[in-house]
Design a protein around this ligand. Sequence first.
Ligand code: GTR
Length: 412
Amino acid sequence: MKFQIAVAARLLAALAVTLGLTQPAVAAEPPRYFQPDPAGTPAYMLPDPLVSAAGDKISTSAEWNAQRRPEVLELFRQHVYGRVPATAWEQAFRLVHEDRNAMQGAATLRQIAIDISSGGKSLTINLSLFIPNGATAPVPAFLLICNRSPDNIDPTRQKKSEFWPAEEGIARGYAMAAFYNDDVAPDKKDGHNRGIHGLLNRGQTAPDNWGTLAGWAWGASRCLDYLVQDSAIAADRVAVIGHSRGGKTALWAAAEDQRFALACSNDSGCGGAGLFRHRTKEKETIAAINRGFPHWFNTTFKTYNGREESLPVDQHMLLALIAPRAVAVGSAAEDLWADPRGEYLSVVHARPVYQLFGFDALGATPAMPPIGEPLHGDRAHYHIREGKHNLTLVDWTAYWDFADKVFAHGRR
Ligand code: GTR
C-alpha cells in the first residue's frame, strides 16, 4: 500500500513538471569553500630568506638591509615582475578640482592630474583624494589601486561602492585616495607598447622587461609622490591597498618603494600573497596565470610554467621585502582560486625577517584564524572572511583596524 502511494506521488509530480506546474528540483552545487589542508596535501620546501645567494647566513637587520634585501628585490625583478627602465621622465601635478565641503562637509576633495612625460609623449594619472575635515594634524592615508571600472572610485559620490568605501574611511579619520590602473597601463595583452610601457620602454625587449603589474606599482608610487608633499597627509603613514591583480600590485609597490608604510593585499593569490609552492587542486598556477595574463609579469617568469620549485623566490620573500613596515593579507572563504591557506602561509613564513627588526609578525606557532576573526599580529595581519572574491567593507574594516594599531605604534 505504502509503495503504491509513493509510486502515485512520483507519477503525479512528474505530470505536474510536464504541465509546467512546478520546477524540477535542481541538485545544489556543493559550496566551494575553504578547508584547511586536507590529508595528502603535498609538503612544500621554501627558499630561505635568511641565506644569501653566496650561502651566507643573514642574522641582523643591517645585513638584511645591506646585502640580502637588495639581492631578493633583484631576484623578483629578474624572475617575476620585471625592471623599470632607466629612461628619464618628468612629472607635474595639477589640482583640477577642489571641494572643501565634500561629503556634506565631512571631507575636502582634491582631484589631481599627475602628468608624466618622456620623449615627447605623455600620460595622465587621475588621483582622487578625500581628506577628513577638522583634523588638527596630518592624517594617515589609504591609496587604492583600482582595477575595476572607474565607477568604483567615483569622486562625485553619486555612485558608491564597497570597493572604495570613502565615506567610512573618512569617518575613521583616514584620507582616502584612489587611482584607476588603466590610466597608467591598459590591462591588455599587447599593453607592453602602451601606457607607461609605451612611454618608457623605447623598444627594449630584455627578458626582465617590466610587466603590467610593475607598471601599475610604478603608478602607485607617482600618486605617493603627490601625497607625501600634501601637507594634510602624514607622509610616513600612507598605506597602499589593492584587490586581486591590484593586491599583487600593492605588494610589489611596497617592495619597490619603501615610503609605503603598509601594504594591504586582498584576495591576491597567485603572484600576490599566495605561496607558489603551496599546491592545491583548485588554485591558479604559474602556467595558468601566464596563459591568461601574459602581460602581467616579465618574460623570464614564463620559463617557470609548471616549474614552481625552480623559482629562486617564493612570496613569503616578497612580504619580507616590506619588513619592517606593515603588511596585511586578506582572503575570502570561497576564493579557492587564490588559495587562502597559501596566502596565510606567506605571512607566517615572512616572520624570520620581521624578527630581525624586533617584530613578531603572526607569532611563533600561529594557527590559521577562523573565518571572520582577523589576526592582528606585530606588523603583520591576516584575515579570512565569508564570501567570494571581492573587496568588501568587511575587508576594509579589518585593514583599518590593523592600521589603527600599526600607525599608533610610532616606531618604524
Ligand atoms: C583572475 C586571475 C587572478 C586575479 C583576478 C583579478 O582571473 O586569474 O590572478 O588577479 O583575475 O584580478 O580579478
